[in-house]
Design a protein around this ligand. Structure first.
Ligand code: ADP
Length: 329
């Protein structure tokens, strides 16, 4: 646990990744504990492109627990935030009473100030809740000196947040117990396991397409010349493409051909660089669609990445020495 400074402010900043499932979690058997009806498997995306950063400070001088998200104060009494705070405090108390940690009273009886920012759109179907709750739980655990299996705690903030506690390829084991203690995430393989894997997040600006998934999938299987790439949608309209490095240039060129950046505007490609290429007439004909305005605003090009980490540089704290958000946070 970090030392209290002279003004008795303890502060830790961490960052955590987004994850996108390839075997989805499709519903809950227990809404309160967030226990799923099936196990799931995801890829943790690299924090160089998509991440949440959270600072937690605690001090005797704080009157209440507070949270600021993307610069705006939010309601700390939200049940899921409360579940995470309560669980981490319970684990900290347990460690202290078991004599496992020299947790001083600061982490337990003092109030916390939490400040968090996502470097990507929040609540837009890009799994901000997964990165957000993973980051919250990871940072709180560092402040309060809690170690060990914490995915069961972040799961109670947002189900998929349990998988953002690990890098690489991660499974969420649904578990059997009523108390949810065996419903947790485990790393299946680290991010280095499949170096050629690339992930393209197609950020959509317009409404959902009118083609239902079942018939869309059937049509893809029957007609797509791009079926080497797999696709997945999270809760929202944004498509996430998993493909191999060798296919990225051609795939991105197809997207640029269909949604020309010059008429769709903005910085079309973000993240890992992708060199331009030319499409064969054969492929253009196989696609059989005319270029269109709107549909995809931009692409985030990324890959599998590591789990949460402590941000060591104190200049990156989102809270100032007064415990309030810095201007830029
Ligand atoms: P998404 O698809 O982005 O996960 P959701 O609607 O499922 O969208 O979840 C968004 C909610 O997750 C937010 O309204 C907020 O309650 C929570 N959330 C998002 N980012 C953070 C964060 N950085 N810290 C804490 N909570 C967050």
């Amino acid at each position: 646990m970090p030392e209290d400074s002279g003004n008795k402010l303890t502060m830790v900043t961490c960052s955590a990744p987004v994850n996108i499932a390839v075997i989805k979690y499709w519903g809950k058997r227990d809404e309160e504990l967030i226990l799923p009806i099936n196990s799931s498997l995801s890829v943790t995306l690299h924090q160089d492109q998509l991440k949440t950063t959270t600072t937690v400070a605690c001090s005797r001088s704080f009157q209440e627990d507070c949270i600021w998200l993307n610069g705006k104060e939010e309601d700390i009494t939200q049940p899921r935030l409360q579940s995470c705070l309560r669980e981490i405090r319970r684990l900290a108390r347990k460690r202290r009473s078991d004599g496992e940690a020299d947790v001083d009273a600061a982490g337990l009886s003092h109030k916390v100030h939490i400040c968090s920012v996502n470097n990507f759109p929040t609540a837009a179907g890009l799994a901000s809740s997964a990165a957000g709750y993973a980051c919250l739980v990871y940072t709180l655990s560092r402040v309060m000196g809690v170690e060990g299996e914490l995915s069961v705690v972040s799961r109670q903030g947002s189900g998929s947040a349990c998988r953002s506690m690990y890098g690489g390829f991660v499974q969420w084991i649904m578990g059997q117990q009523g108390d949810g203690k065996d419903s947790l995430a485990q790393q299946v393989e680290p991010e280095t396991h499949w170096p050629e894997l690339r992930v393209l997040v197609l950020v959509v600006s317009s409404e959902r397409k009118p083609v239902g998934s079942t018939s869309g999938m059937q049509t893809s299987v029957e007609t797509s010349s791009l079926l080497k790439v797999a696709y997945t949608f999270d809760a929202g309209p944004n498509a996430v493409i998993y493909t191999l490095q060798q296919n990225v240039e051609e795939f991105v060129q197809v997207v640029k051909h269909l949604f020309p950046p010059e008429i769709n505007g903005g910085q079309f490609l973000k993240g890992l660089p992708v060199a331009p290429t030319t499409l064969s007439e054969e492929l253009k004909q196989a696609i059989g669609m005319e270029p269109m305005v709107k549909g995809i605003s931009y692409i985030i090009s990324t890959k599998a990445g590591p789990g949460p980490r402590v941000v060591e540089d104190p200049s990156e704290h989102l809270l100032g020495s007064d415990g309030l958000p810095k201007e830029s946070a």
